[in-house]
Design a protein around this ligand. Structure first.
Ligand code: NAP
Length: 250
């Protein structure tokens, strides 16, 4: 059987769970060799690798804090040992729910270090390797909140707005060889959204923000990532694609 990503090498950050895990799994199922990175979930990441291998796919897991430049350099040494990187999914991220007036400078720096500095460091090292190479792709994971903003989430929203700007700038800087796009999901059922601990009232509010009146699944995001990584998206660059149930209509 041939896959859409046969022979490709992909790096997916934050792939021990949630959206990153689903993307790593669909990429491997479509023939890519996947390097999945994570911060601390060693057992979870090992389980993702085992699951991929059990289905005949190829993957390895490497711990690397995306905000730590030395760890990212080491991560890329491991990627380089496999072969030239074709696809990056810049997915690792954290969220902070706090009113602005309670947000400390340390809170702000932590959030920006992971979400923004992390995508900068990981993206820069990927693009160093992709420059001038046709068929290479960078997919940054943003959020629908980058467009709408949200009370009590301003640092998170700002980090994602900056990721949209990185995406458009990199698309211009590395054209025409590297295609750079972002995915800006709406609410998706992962640990980050924490539906299990959410009040029924709040869950209803989340659904009401979409026109489809429901929370999305990780598979509804990984399908978009596969499209952006695969052969059908050759005329797309600098785009922020929104699998968000209609929460945002630019
Ligand atoms: P999640 O379930 O909380 O998973 C986050 C992943 O990121 C984990 O693999 C985690 O690894 C990793 N990670 C966190 N901090 C890291 C760091 N400093 N260095 C390296 N890896 C780190 O989150 P998710 O919902 O799948 O979110 C994935 C992306 O989608 C994020 O960028 C998020 O902002 C975005 N997004 C999510 C939603 C949503 O509703 N879920 C909506 C819009 C956008 P460990 O387990 O090892 O910590």
């Amino acid at each position: 059987m041939t896959g859409q990503l046969d022979g490709k090498i992909a790096l997916v950050t934050g792939a021990s769970r949630g959206i990153g895990k689903a993307i790593a799994e669909i990429f491997a199922a479509q023939g890519a060799t996947v390097v999945l990175s994570y911060r601390s979930g060693t057992d979870e990441a090992a389980a993702v690798v085992s699951g991929i291998e059990a289905h005949g796919g190829k993957a390895i897991a490497i711990a690397a804090d995306v905000a730590n430049e030395q760890q990212i350099v080491a991560l890329y040494e491991a990627v380089d040992a496999i072969g030239p990187l074709d696809i990056l999914v810049n997915n690792a991220g954290v969220i902070l729910e706090k009113p602005l007036l309670d947000t400390t400078a340390d809170d702000f720096d932590w959030l920006m270090n992971v979400n923004l500095r992390g995508q900068f460091l990981v993206g820069r090292e990927a693009l160093r390797r992709m420059v001038g190479r046709d068929g290479t792709r960078v997919i940054n994971i943003s959020s629908d909140l980058s467009f709408t903003g949200r009370e009590d989430f301003s640092a998170y929203c700002a980090s994602k707005g900056a990721i949209n700007a990185l995406t458009k700038s990199w698309a211009r800087e590395f054209a025409p060889h590297v295609l750079v796009n972002a995915i800006a999901p709406g609410p998706i059922d992962t640990d980050m959204l924490d539906l299990e601990n959410m009040s029924a009232e709040w869950a209803e509010k989340e659904k009401e923000l979409t026109v489809l009146k429901r929370i999305g699944t990780v598979d509804e995001i990984s399908a978009v990532a596969l499209f952006l990584a695969g052969p059908g998206s050759t005329y797309l660059s600098g785009q922020i694609i929104g699998p968000n149930g209609g929460s945002v209509m630019p």
